[in-house]
Design a protein around this ligand. Structure first.
Ligand SMILES: [Zn+2]
Length: 398
């Protein structure tokens, strides 16, 4: 089979089939022929666990819609190419950096999405993390989804179709494309084929990343990411006293903060200097004082946005660490139940086996539950330090 924009989507045969048919149908609509009537619709909802490829699927579908070679998503024409590269004039991506997507931004995007497509095909608005829409932003989007302009397509991504993630009214207007956690073997195959990784590294990274394609690639290629994971996997052995539990909690939080700070530092600095440049910081002429008073407000806004983004990055980093840790206890439980599935942390198997011999399965299960409870607590806005400390104590006691 020839390469298409859908090739990056791993282990999602059903979704790919649906999207291919829809893109061909969309092309037929543009051409005025009706050969695939019914397969295309104006609003789509991509759901699936983190790393399953929600945004990859939305991006690939957007490219196929703009593909000038009959909507096949050839990956090579200008329509495919510019969409995948994020520069197509008729495709906009909303990627929330902070904890929520503000209403003003959504109104502006919805308005732009209603204009006629400049390249003569479709106006596409991709909303990644639609679960982070504020209520007002969701309402602005709902109005557009309810009465979509003839040539506008909305592609929304969310973890699930649960009302906590996407409002029932929006969901009811969308065709749902469920994605599953891709099997480790399929992720390993992609890493070998596309990124040229050695098969052994690819298999290890794919398993350790628990089906998260981006995470697998980072683990394989980034020494710091590997070191952070190793530090997390060392935690179970360190929990020998109450003091050690508090130390481990502090270390985990600090590591997440450091990782997040690294991730946003460069962007923060670029944004700040761009704004300062635009505001003419350092001016001394007439009116400079008045301008400085106005710019203080804009700088404050920027700092607020950056703080929200940093908080998000910290939570994401901490959640990755918790998933690594949960993977270890799952491996222990799996060993205790006679290894029905292959381990997540292949390199930590000896430690998991030793723990399996020492603990009762019920205690392992309680430890696993403590990690899941910690994630839920943080999700519900419990202070991460408090939640992680409680978890460490539970992991120690078993
Ligand atoms: Zn193309």
């Amino acid at each position: 089979m020839t390469a298409t924009v859908f090739d990056e989507l791993v282990g999602q045969a059903d979704a790919i089939e649906t999207l291919r048919a829809a893109a061909l149908s969309a092309n037929a609509l543009l051409a005025g022929t009706n050969s695939h009537a019914g397969a295309m619709t104006h609003a789509w909802l991509f759901t699936g666990p983190a790393g399953s490829g929600r945004s990859t699927a939305a991006r690939a579908f957007a490219a196929a819609l703009q593909c000038v070679r009959g909507g096949i998503g050839c990956g090579e024409c200008s329509g495919c190419h510019t969409t995948l590269g994020g520069t197509h004039a008729d495709v906009r991506f909303v990627v929330p950096e902070g904890l929520s997507i503000p209403v003003a931004l959504m109104r502006e995007l919805v308005m732009r999405a209603a204009s006629a497509p400049t390249a003569g095909r479709w106006q596409v608005l991709v909303v990644e993390d639609a679960d982070r829409l504020t209520e007002a932003a969701a309402n602005a989007l709902l109005k557009a989804v309810e009465e979509p302009p003839a040539r506008t397509v909305f592609l929304l991504c969310a973890p699930s179709t649960h009302p906590d993630d996407i409002s029932i009214t929006i969901r009811s207007r969308c065709r749902s494309v469920p994605l599953r956690q891709p099997p480790a073997a399929a992720v390993a195959e992609l890493l070998t084929r596309r990124d040229g990784l050695a098969p052994e590294t690819a298999v290890w990274a794919a398993a350790a990343a628990q089906g998260h394609v981006g995470r697998a690639r980072r683990l394989a290629g980034d020494a710091q990411a590997r070191a952070r994971r190793e530090a997390v996997l060392a935690v179970p052995r360190q929990l020998t006293t109450i003091g050690a539990c508090f130390d481990a909690a502090a270390a985990l939080i600090e590591a997440a903060e450091a990782e997040a700070a690294d991730a946003v530092a460069a962007l923060d600095a670029t944004e700040r200097s761009a704004l300062e440049m635009a505001l003419g910081a350092g001016g001394t002429g007439k009116g400079a004082a008045g301008a400085a008073r106005g710019s203080a407000g804009q700088l404050k806004d920027l700092e607020k946005r950056q703080k929200s983004r940093a908080t998000r990055a910290q939570r994401d980093a901490l959640d990755r660490a918790l998933m690594d840790l949960a993977g270890f206890y799952r491996d222990v439980l799996n060993t205790q139940f006679g290894r029905t599935v292959s381990p997540i942390h292949l390199d930590a198997s000896p430690v998991a086996e030793a723990a399996a011999a020492r603990w009762k399965p019920e205690a392992t299960l309680r430890r696993l539950e403590a990690i899941l409870a910690c994630r839920e607590a943080i999700d519900a806005n419990v202070k991460p330090k408090i939640a992680v400390e409680a978890m460490m104590l539970a992991l120690w006691k078993g």
